[in-house]
Design a binder for this molecule. Sequence first.
Ligand code: 13P
Length: 253
Amino acid sequence: MIKTLIAANWKMNTNFGEAQQLTRDLLSSINDDAHVETVICPPFVYLQEISKLLEGQSIKIGAQNVYFEEKGAYTGEISSSMLSDFCEYVIIGHSERRQFFGDTNEIVNKKLRSAIEHSLTPILCVGENLEERENGDAEHVVGAQLEESLNNIEKTVNLVVAYEPVWAIGTGKAATSDIAEDIMRFIRSKLAAIYDNTFADNITLLYGGSVTADNVKDYLSQPNINGALVGGASLDAQKFQDIIDKAGEVAPL
Ligand code: 13P
């Protein structure tokens, strides 16, 4: 049985005070019996301080990106070995990285390798844009993202895959749970083809794109959706807590 995972991607939001307050508010409201694994992914500069606040607590911490080189003259970049002192998770291949910062599947593949080498659990993001969906290319695009990103990567890894249709991110136009399930069933079958059925059956699959407390249970009621990657609604402690609580109502024990 796959444990339900609710992850928060704060993106480039919060100042230091707000980041600490958001974390404290979550810590004071979280219900450890809810059978939901919770991960927050703050901006890089707050990871160290927030990881201290989370010490000994049930909420886990992740980064929003990583660079694949180990160290050296890469001004402004952060390596997996640096992150591994503070984080358990790292988001890789988010559509905003692909759109604004040139992350290709090949780069995503290198980032995955470096994260895995340093025992970080990657949250690999895939998803089609609106034009690709309207052209009927969603499965083709997502399939290629998976194949190329996971090229020659061993199956013995902790891996989380997030399906985030670009047209549903930050738009309030969430994919229906049936649309999400269709692609996420496809993602699991693709993982089975790349690796094997047992591996695919045990991979945590998240849906992301305008998730709220009102729709999270619809997603989690689908057989191939094990959690959510939440953007906007994770910046408000109460809204994010409501999502976790709703998830807890349908989470497998
Ligand atoms: P929203 O929840 O704001 O749509 O963002 C989704 C997302 O991109 C999470 O990584």
